[in-house]
Design a binder for this molecule. Structure first.
Ligand code: HCA
Ligand code: CU
Length: 382
């Protein structure tokens, strides 16, 4: 079986999201929740960022989590030293390799990138720490430039190379091609992928990278990050759960909802309505055709079993698309006995009522009970 590491960067990439500010207690709590879930790596910012960040990194390291804490660090001597002075498991180095970043970000030539990164990588390895090197903006980088830099860093002993789609430009097929090529050229190092979501392809690209040979996938809670973020943890987990369940054998998937909710609360936002698994409506069924089938066998319209994530399925029957089967099911759960003909009339009445707006569960129950009483008194009067 292939191995796969999930790297959660909520505490690093996630802090680059416009709404994020985590205090020390929240940073520590997020690390704990990620560890309980079972991610392989927890990425933290560079300790050089601020004394508070350094303190948070040390506090997280002191938890002695199973997850490995890795610091995201520029290829700069002082930054590397500052990270080595903490107790992190390893360093995730990055250097922009595209023309755009070389011109407008750091101004280095390709040869210089390799020359500056190589001694730092050797130093980190000598210090006995894990080291990864990412070619920032890999998908806008010239292939020859990319290979020139990777040849040098792999030769210097890097354990993993990273291919970030920094601007979210790649298509799943481009990801497949580049990751496949890199995987066959460097069979003895790991490959990490980090996909931004500017065009909504982050989850698709990240899964494509895995299928092409990447062994480490970057995510954040709810996908938060710079601009509109990267692949979400729950999105990647949902794909793996379906297609590669063995890779999640050591994960406690019931932690996911609490984790997303905790981070949403820290940011003062709701979990986005379309988040895989953790959206409030992720397991809610509505249309009559769906509710009927799901009540017979959830498998009909569910590929994820909500109980595996510690959440409940919900059958919504208060809409104008409601169906007789689900309404009957609800009537029975309310202790009512209806003939098929009565059930048809009740369903019709509910649909008509829902034309002026959907009903909550409680409203539906009240409606059904009232309808039933009314029916009784009509019978009585006759
Ligand atoms: C950044 C850039 C980065 C780095 C990813 C990586 C990106 O915000 O510093 O180190 O692999 O998207 O390229 O997040
Ligand atoms: Cu990024």
């Amino acid at each position: 079986m292939r191995s796969l590491a999930i790297l959660d960067s909520t505490l690093r990439e996630g802090e680059q999201f416009i709404k994020t500010y985590f205090n020390l207690e929240q940073r520590v709590m997020i690390a704990r929740l990620l560890d309980r879930l079972g991610v392989t790596f927890i990425e933290v910012p560079s300790p050089i960022a601020s004394p508070e960040t350094r303190e948070a990194i040390q506090a997280i390291c002191a938890l002695n989590l199973r997850s490995h804490v890795v610091a995201h660090v520029r290829c700069v001597e002082a930054d590397v030293q500052a990270a080595l002075d903490t107790d992190v498991y390893g360093l995730n180095l990055f250097f922009g390799t595209s023309q755009e970043l070389r011109s407008y970000s750091h101004g280095r030539r390709i040869e210089q990138i390799a020359t500056e990164a190589v001694p730092l990588i050797r130093r980190i390895r000598e210090a006995g720490r894990y080291v990864r090197f990412s070619a920032e903006d890999a998908f806008r980088s010239d292939l020859v430039d990319l290979l020139t830099v990777f040849d040098a860093v792999v030769d210097a002993g890097v354990e993993r190379i990273g291919l970030p789609d920094t601007v979210g430009i790649a298509t799943p097929r481009q990801v497949d091609r580049l990751v496949s090529l890199i995987a066959s050229r460097y069979p003895n190092v790991g490959i990490e992928f980090h996909g931004h979501n500017d065009t909504g392809c982050a989850i698709a690209n990240t899964i494509s990278a895995f299928e092409a040979g990447a062994d480490c996938l970057d995510v954040t809670v709810m996908g938060i990050g710079e601009r509109n973020g990267i692949a979400s943890l729950s999105g990647i987990i949902s794909q793996l759960y379906i297609h590669y369940p063995d890779l999640l054998a050591t994960y406690d998937l019931t932690q996911l909802v609490e984790l997303d909710q905790y981070v949403a609360d820290c940011l003062n936002i709701n979990i986005p309505y379309n988040m895989p698994i953790t959206a409030p409506s992720a397991f809610t069924h509505r249309a009559g055709v769906h509710t009927k089938a799901v009540l017979r066998n959830p498998h009909a319209y569910e590929i994820l079993n909500p109980t595996d994530f510690g959440v409940a399925r919900h059958v919504d029957i208060g809409s104008r698309f409601t169906g007789r089967y689900a309404v009957g099911h609800r009537a029975v759960s309310l202790g009512l006995q209806l003939t098929p003909e009565e059930l048809a009339r009740l369903t019709q009445a509910l649909k008509e009522r829902a034309e002026s707006g959907s009903l909550s569960d409680e409203e539906v129950n009240t409606f059904i009970l009232a309808w039933y009483e009314e029916k009784g008194s009509l019978v009585w009067e006759r």
